[in-house]
Write a protein that binds this ligand. Sequence first.
Ligand code: PMP
Length: 422
Amino acid sequence: EAEAMVERRARVLGPAYRLMYETPLHIVRGEGVFLYDADGRAYLDAYNNVASLGHCHPSVVEAIRDQVGILATNTRYIHDLILDYAERLTATFPDALSQVMFACTGSEANDLAMRIARAFTGGTGIVVTDNAYHGITESVAAFSPSLGPAVDLGPHVRTVPAPELYRGGGADLAARFTADVEAAIADLRRHGIRPAALIVDTLFSSDGVLPDPKGFLAGAVEAIRSAGGVFVADEVQPGFGRTGEAMWGFARHALVPDLVTLGKPMGNGHPVSAVVMRPEVCDEFGRKARYFNTFGGNAVSCAAAMAVLRTIERDGLMENAERVGRHLLEGIRALADHHPCLGDVRGAGLFVGAEFVADRESRIPDRHRASRVVNRMRELGVLISVTGRSHNVLKIRPPLIFTEANADRFNAVMAQALDETR
Ligand code: PMP
C-alpha cells in the first residue's frame, strides 16, 4: 500500500520532493510529541522544529479556529490583533529591535531581510557560512551553499568556513572566524562589490549544529559593520526558546543584530514568519520601497503566533528546554562513552547534534553509520534526521514540551540502534 502511494506521489508531484527514511512514513495525525501513522503506530517526534509546542497544541488550534471564523484580513487594514502581536513579539527582543514586518515562510523572511539590508546599506555583497541554508526562493538559494553545486551562488556572495570547534577550532576559533569574514569582505571589495550583510544561523544548524563556543561572533559582526554592512541573525532554527537559555539564539553571543529573521515554530505549524529590526533600518527601507505580502501577518497567523508566544511563557517551555535538553545531552554523551563512532555530542537546550566518525583519531565523517542509525531509529519508533556538510551529524530537535521520560525513551532507542548497526 505504501509503495502504491509512493508511485502515486511521484506521478502527481514529480521527483523534486524527497521523502524521509528508506521506508517511507504515511503520517496521518499528530498529537503532542507523537506522530501517528496510518496503522495507528506512534512515533516519538524528535525531528520537528515547527510544532515546537507539540503537534496540534490545543491553544493554537483554538486560536486559529476562533480567528478564522471571524476574519482573515491582512496588513492592508488596521487590526488590533496584528498590532498586539507585533508589540508582544518585539517585547521579547532587546530594545533596539523594535519594528517588525511579516511574511509567511523563513525563505520569504530572509529574502525580505536581504532586500532591506541592501536598501539600508547601499551594498549588495553577502557573507555566509559554507554549508548555510537560509531558504529556497531564487534569491535566498543564492546565499544557501548547502543546496550544493546545482545552485549558483553568484558574484555577490562569499562563503566562510563554519566555526567547528570539534575540527580544530581551538582557542583561536573566534579570531579565525573574524579573519575569514574580513577576508571575504576584502574579496568583495576587490571585485568592486560593497558588503551589505553577514547572515548566520546562530546555531549553525545546517553546518552541523555548532553551538560552541559562546560569544565568538562578536569580531565578525564588528568587521561587517565597520565595512558598512549589517548583521542578520537567522533565528528560524534556534529562535523561540529552543536553546533553553534565551528566547533568541543570538543572546549566546552577547550581541544585538541589526535584523533578525523568524519562521518555523512561530505559528506551531501555521505559516507565518517575520523580520525584526532596528527602526532606522526599517524606515530606510520604507522610504525607498513598498512591501505587501498578501498573507504575511494576517489576523489568523497573528492569532496562532500569539498563542505560541503565550504558551511558551505560560508553560515555562524555555526553562523546560534548558532542563530536559541538559538531560538529553547527558544521556547521549553517556552513549558516546560506549560507542567510539560518536565523535562529538553537542547542543544548546533542545537542539542536539551527534557527530558520527570513522574513528576518534581520524575524525573522518561517517555518513553511512549516521544514516543507518536514523533509519533504524525510525523502525523503532523515533524520528530524527541528519545534517552537516558531510551528512554525518544527527539533528535532534524535539518539541519544547519534551519530558525527561521522553528523553530517556529517546536514549534507549538510540542505544539499541547503535548496538544493531555497523
Ligand atoms: N533559515 C533556516 C536556518 C532554515 O533552517 C530554514 C528552513 N529549514 C529556512 C531559513 C527557510 O525556511 P522555510 O522553509 O520556511 O522557507
